[in-house]
Write a protein that binds this ligand. Structure first.
Ligand code: NAD
Ligand code: DAU
Length: 368
């Protein structure tokens, strides 16, 4: 990455920075890198919350600028690139929930494919105008879901062929291909990362772990898809963020890096673990035990059976390792949600309630 000549700062354009991973990334990066200035471009869909930065200390807040806007807006992108000497784009903005992509795939095509294309076009234009600085990076944050589904054995490597199952993963696969094509065709220094399932603070409670935490707290049914034996490879979000910083600073343009937590668990085991953690925290036992809330529901269509990441490459080339142990990080995540019920309430808009009703047939009561 190159320095911003005007103020000696390294200027990052982060997209989707008001969502789950983007928020964690910005908070983490601002505190670790005092010479980074971050412009955070986010459309504030149901999944984005600009209030996630309200409690930033002044020393960090002064290096963060929030812009409410859409990555599909080409003229806004051109304006941002002309106003600032952007050293790197870190691209999180996406529609990210598989179940939503099944019920309404078009938004995924719009943001994940068209949006990524517009961002690449604007980046390419600015990179050329500035004389193609070598240090420029376009870091595309993608998912292991592009590789499809594993059987009981084996791991996804960077060589695994793409075989996406859902409209979400198909749209992410398309966006990955665009980033690689812009490197091969135009030389734009793009890098793609494919990570496994993240968990941690600020995750929207439509995803497995926060949904289960909140349903346990509120003693609502815990909807487990199919037989509950699908496996995910869990990665604590701060470990993902430190991997992204490594890739940004030391990764090679044109390359792909897989990022995984090495913590494979069946969904049903995660749900049982959360029941136990919360029961001991909330003093529930016997007939009150939360295990009674576990409810098997019809499977997600096209549900991938197992994800597991081989992250030898990022470990060997960049020296990255996940630092957090799964069980401790899960406990910390539970604590974070219990301590941030106000945050949960603030993001449970009318739209959220309609979604829960449509997906699970559970009527959410206002003020619950
Ligand atoms: P998220 O849904 O929590 O956040 C997405 C953010 O993007 C939101 O703030 C939203 O407002 C914003 N956004 C959506 N459409 C936009 C648009 N058109 N213009 C500007 N902003 C827009 O998602 P997340 O879980 O933080 O995931 C971030 C990225 O990481 C995504 O690209 C996702 O595919 C990828 N990823 C996520 C995981 C995971 O486990 N959550 C794992 C691997 C990869
Ligand atoms: O692997 C990375 C991907 O992980 C990211 O690219 C996605 O953005 C992110 O949403 C996540 O996708 P999953 O579909 O794996 O995550 P989700 O939390 O939706 O589901 C995790 C597992 O739990 C999956 O096997 C489906 C199951 N599940 C999920 C929900 C919401 C249930 O059994 N019940 C539920 O209510």
């Amino acid at each position: 990455m190159t320095d911003d000549n005007t103020d000696e700062m390294i200027h990052l354009l982060v997209t989707g920075g008001a969502g789950f991973i983007g928020t964690n990334f910005i908070r983490h990066a601002l505190s670790l890198r005092p010479d980074w200035f971050i412009t955070n471009l986010d459309a504030l869909t149901y999944a984005g919350n600009s209030a996630n930065f309200n409690d930033l200390p002044q020393a960090l807040a002064s290096r963060h600028k929030f812009i409410h806007g859409d990555i599909r807006d080409a003229s806004l992108l051109d304006q941002l690139f002309s106003e600032h000497e952007i050293s790197a784009v870190v691209h999180f903005a996406a529609e990210s929930h598989v179940d939503r992509s099944i019920l309404g795939p078009e938004a995924f095509v719009e943001t994940n494919i068209t949006g990524t294309f517009r961002l690449l076009e604007a980046s390419l234009k600015a990179w050329r105008v500035r004389g193609k600085p070598e240090g420029f990076r376009f870091l595309h944050v993608s998912t292991d879901e592009v590789y499809g589904s594993l059987g009981p054995q084996g791991y996804f490597t960077e060589q695994t062929p793409y075989e996406p199952s859902s409209p979400y993963s198909a749209s992410k696969a398309a966006s990955d291909h665009f980033v690689k094509a812009y490197f091969r065709t135009y030389g734009l220094p793009g890098i793609v990362t494919n990570s496994s399932n993240n968990f941690g603070p600020y995750q929207f409670p439509e995803k497995l772990i926060p949904l289960m935490i909140l349903n346990i707290v509120e003693q609502k049914p815990l909807p487990v898809y199919g037989d509950g034996k699908n496996v995910r490879d869990w990665l604590y979000v701060l470990d993902h963020c430190s991997a992204l910083i490594k890739v940004l600073e030391e990764g090679r343009p044109g390359e792909t890096y897989n990022i995984g937590g090495g913590a494979e668990r069946q969904n049903i085991d995660i749900v049982h673990l959360l029941c136990d953690l919360l029961d001991s925290r909330l003093g529930r036992s016997g007939e009150q035990s939360s295990q009674r809330l576990v409810t098997f529901v019809p499977d997600r269509p096209g549900h991938d059976r197992r994800y597991a990441i081989d992250c030898t490459k990022i470990k060997r080339e960049l020296g990255w390792e996940p630092e957090h142990r799964f069980d401790q990080a899960l406990e910390a995540t539970v604590e974070w949600y219990l301590d941030h019920m106000q945050w949960v309430e603030s993001i449970r808009s009318g739209e959220y309630r309609k979604w829960i009703e449509r997906q699970y047939g559970i009527k959410e009561e206002v003020g619950n």
